[in-house]
Write a protein that binds this ligand. Structure first.
Ligand code: HEC
Length: 171
């Protein structure tokens, strides 16, 4: 190699220049990595709204609930008839899961003997194939009682419509 060639090859001519190049070669990639890491971390951080309890519950809500809850979305106290149609008829008109059918006096007779309070209690708790509150957890005790009055009075009972609770007992 001639002396002229080697002068062309290197732009680094002084020890100071060498030191600057070495430091930059080390610092620049590190800074870039830190910036990249921060970018990735900040992009992945979920914001508070998506972590709120409602948002999480809404996201993990089972699909089947969507239909059932529609009955509860009308707001206010529903009439016994509405509740029976929306929540109870599925089993109690078809006899699904061995539910006593509306109008079947033989099936309801012994149950009516429990009295309205007893029937309300077992509907709230659930019984046999019946889930608690007939599968509608947002039904108030009062609404359950009204639905039972409607059902049983078509099946041989003569219960009186329960009095509305003084303070709305809903939820
Ligand atoms: C998933 C089906 C299903 C739904 C929905 C359902 N029931 Fe029932 N229900 C049953 C079955 C099954 C029984 C009989 C349980 C037993 O005696 O083992 C029953 C029994 C009852 C009884 C008699 C309880 C007793 O102590 O003998 C009442 C009262 C009653 N249901 C009210 C309701 C009301 C009110 C609703 C609506 C809010 C409702 N049910 C919705 C299935 C259902």
């Amino acid at each position: 190699m001639s002396n002229k060639d080697s002068e062309h090859e290197s732009m680094i001519k002084t020890p100071t220049q060498l030191a600057v190049v070495v430091v930059l070669a080390f610092v620049v990639p590190v800074v870039l990595l830190i910036m990249l890491a921060q970018f990735v971390l900040s992009a992945r951080k979920p914001d508070a709204a998506t972590l709120s309890q409602e948002a999480v519950v809404a996201r993990i809500k089972p699909v089947a609930n969507v239909t059932i809850s529609e009955a509860g979305s009308s707001g206010g106290v529903r009439s016994g008839d509405e509740i029976v149609k929306a929540a109870c008829a599925a089993c109690h008109t078809t006899g699904a899961a061995n539910a006593p059918k509306i109008g079947d006096k033989g099936a309801w007779g012994p149950r009516i003997g429990l009295g309205l309070d007893g029937l309300v209690k077992s509907a709230i708790k659930g019984k046999g194939g019946m889930p608690p509150r007939g599968g509608l957890p947002d039904l108030s005790d009062y609404e359950i009682a009204r639905a039972i009055v409607v059902m049983t009075n078509q099946s041989g009972a003569s219960f009186k419509e329960p009095a509305a609770p003084k303070v709305a007992a809903k939820k």
